[in-house]
Design a protein around this ligand. Structure first.
Ligand code: B12
Ligand SMILES: *[C@@H]1O[C@H](CO)[C@@H](O)[C@H](O)[C@H]1NC(C)=O
Ligand SMILES: *[C@@H]1O[C@H](CO)[C@@H](O)[C@H](O)[C@H]1NC(C)=O
Ligand SMILES: *[C@@H]1O[C@H](CO)[C@@H](O)[C@H](O)[C@H]1NC(C)=O
Ligand SMILES: *[C@@H]1O[C@H](CO)[C@@H](O)[C@H](O)[C@H]1NC(C)=O
Ligand SMILES: *[C@@H]1O[C@H](CO)[C@@H](O)[C@H](O)[C@H]1NC(C)=O
Ligand SMILES: *[C@@H]1O[C@H](CO)[C@@H](O)[C@H](O)[C@H]1NC(C)=O
Length: 433
């Protein structure tokens, strides 16, 4: 019996820990599945089918039990192709997502993991991250979100990892949980998922039990859950719109660590459903990260084959909603202020069509003055990520990055998604996280 059988399913947890009522209502009910359509449409939109997020989409669709092979098969091919093409150049987190996606729901895809020694590669990449932390003042090659994904994949598929190392790395005071001193909800939540899996392995005797490791892992989970709950916002979001999905997964899987009154799950669910209808999850990856949560699934269900059959099952994707009608003959322009801040601030004013995203503003500015506003992006699963401006490159070892800001606040979307407004003051700032 795998460790996954130790914890009762979510439904059973509800009976034992939280009044039945609360739990039943904290999942989208079948008659409301249509409210998930915008998510499924975004995730399966053919304009996004290539790209580095296939694993995230495949994992999400499999977790919610979607059986439509017309959708699943091309994604599965895409994921395998990515591994063959990029091989060991995949980051720890991408490799972990690939493993989770191919290993989910006990399909023949699982063989690919073993045939291509993905677990061995994950083990090596995890050690490389730890090596980098030793050489660079505790900074990993990537980040703690990816370390957690790596440990989660190793834990679920019985790879090798040291629980002592995990207990040391994931102490809640570690700087990698924080950006600018702010607790990163996404990072903390992913750590809770990984730690809960490791804890199950220890209790279950899957991994050799060391009482000290077990105790400290337990304390870490407790403290991280408290931090997550302290990031609860009015309306029930935890962190922001995009971190709430993973945060809720963490709270689902760790119900012993908080009291019922500490969190109104229903309120969180309702807010998310409202945001879906308002079009908040328009990038496939954002949709993929929230979807499992809404049907009560967590990444720990990956190794629970049976749970894949439930959920959305043969749920029919309704096909595409009519695109929101933008009046075709009004290409009106807007004017925005844009500046690059390093030590000095370099400013300009540019005109872009109404409805443009941040990236369009940067491109306009670049046309005006390549030296000052020249920049590079890299495609990532979330869209274009700004890697350099004026030739100055972000570096994980120094914890430097290009931060997007508007009117003095940090943005919660990237240059490819954030729609700019007339008269807005945008800034891209050389920052340390
Ligand atoms: C770690 C992280 C960062 C690190 C990345 C560097 C590092 N050390 O790894 C730092 C702190 C620098 C960062 C910066 C930003 N981030 Co960030 N980040 C994350 C986090 C926690 C994990 C990403 C990850 O490794 N995923 C797993 C791997 C396997 O996937 P990946 O695609 O290969 O990962 C790469 C990209 O995700 C990229 N990346 C990280 N953040 C962002 C944001 C955008 C918009 C893009 C296009 C790419 C990108 O860096 C990763 C490592 O190379 C996610 C949380 C989440 N829920 O996904 C937020 C998250 C993706 N970031 C987010 C945001 C908003 C940003 C910023 C735009 C913030 C800002 N105001 O400047 C900037 C990016 C600006 C730019 N230069 O283009 C949002 C995106 C929401 C959205 N709808 O677009 C998320 C979801 C956090 C949140 N809940 O708000 N981020
Ligand atoms: C891996 O990355 C390196 C450096 O970015 C590159 O030179 C090499 O060709 C890549 N290998 C593969 C198999 O993509
Ligand atoms: C950190 O938190 C403060 C206070 O909530 C907020 O004003 C600031 O924008 C946050 N910084 C970043 C980069 O998210
Ligand atoms: C989905 O559509 C198919 C064929 O159109 C139909 O047989 C099936 O019952 C539908 N499933 C659901 C859950 O509506
Ligand atoms: C499966 O997905 C394809 C592609 O999106 C779609 O055309 C087809 O109707 C779906 N089948 C069912 C039964 O939902
Ligand atoms: C918007 O700007 C473009 C390019 O500068 C210009 O060709 C176009 O006429 C402008 N449209 C309006 C409505 O001002
Ligand atoms: C770009 O801006 C810099 C600094 O303001 C200035 O020295 C340079 O002449 C400008 N180049 C062009 C092509 O306008």
């Amino acid at each position: 019996m795998g460790p996954s059988h130790l914890l009762p399913s979510l439904a059973l947890l509800c009976f034992s820990l939280i009044p039945n009522q609360v739990c039943k209502t904290c999942e989208v009910s079948e008659e409301n599945y249509f409210r998930l359509n915008p998510l499924l449409n975004t995730m399966t939109d053919s304009k996004y089918t290539t790209g580095s997020h296939s694993a995230d989409i495949l994992l999400s669709l499999r977790l919610v039990g979607l059986q439509n092979q017309t959708l699943i098969q091309p994604l599965s091919q895409q994921v395998k192709k990515e591994v063959r093409r990029k091989g060991l150049n995949l980051s720890l987190g991408r490799l972990a997502l690939v493993t989770l996606a191919l290993g989910a729901c006990q399909t023949p895809d699982e063989n690919f993991i073993h045939d291509n020694h993905l677990l061995g590669h994950l083990e090596n990449k995890l050690q490389a991250e730890i090596g980098n932390m030793k050489a660079h003042d505790g900074s990993p090659l990537t980040n703690y979100f990816q370390l957690s994904l790596g440990i989660l994949a190793l834990c679920l598929f019985h790879g090798q990892y040291s629980t002592t190392q995990v207990a040391e790395l994931f102490a809640p005071e570690n700087k990698n949980y924080y950006f600018h001193g702010n607790f990163s909800v996404d990072t903390g939540a992913m750590a809770v998922l990984a730690l809960m899996c490791v804890k199950r392995g220890l209790i279950n005797g899957q991994t050799k039990t060391d009482k000290k490791d077990l105790r400290s892992i337990d304390e870490h989970i407790q403290s991280l859950v408290e931090k997550l709950l302290s990031e609860k916002k009015e309306g029930g979001l935890i962190g922001n719109t995009f971190s709430t999905g993973i945060a809720v997964q963490a709270l689902f899987i760790a119900p012993h660590y908080y009291k019922e009154r500490d969190w109104n799950c229903r309120q969180t669910l309702d807010t998310i459903l409202r945001e879906i209808s308002q079009g908040a999850f328009t990038t496939p990856i954002a949709a993929a990260q929230i979807l499992p949560t809404l049907v009560g699934k967590t990444y720990l269900d990956v190794s629970r084959g049976s749970s894949c059959a439930s959920g959305l099952g043969n749920f029919n994707i309704s096909g595409h909603e009519p695109e929101p009608t933008t009046p075709p003959n009004s290409p009106s322009n807007i004017t925005v202020h844009f500046s690059v801040k390093i030590r000095e601030t370099y400013s300009t004013t540019v005109t872009v069509p109404k409805g443009s995203v941040f990236l369009a503003v940067m491109e306009e500015a670049q046309k005006k003055n390549e030296t000052v506003f020249g920049f590079t992006v890299e495609q990532s699963s979330w869209g274009p990520y700004v890697t350099s401006v004026q030739g100055l490159k972000a570096n994980n070892n120094d914890r430097t990055y290009w931060e997007l800001r508007s009117g003095g606040r940090s943005l919660s979307q990237g240059v490819g998604s954030y729609v700019v407004h007339d008269g807005e003051s945008l800034e891209i700032r050389w920052s340390k996280y």
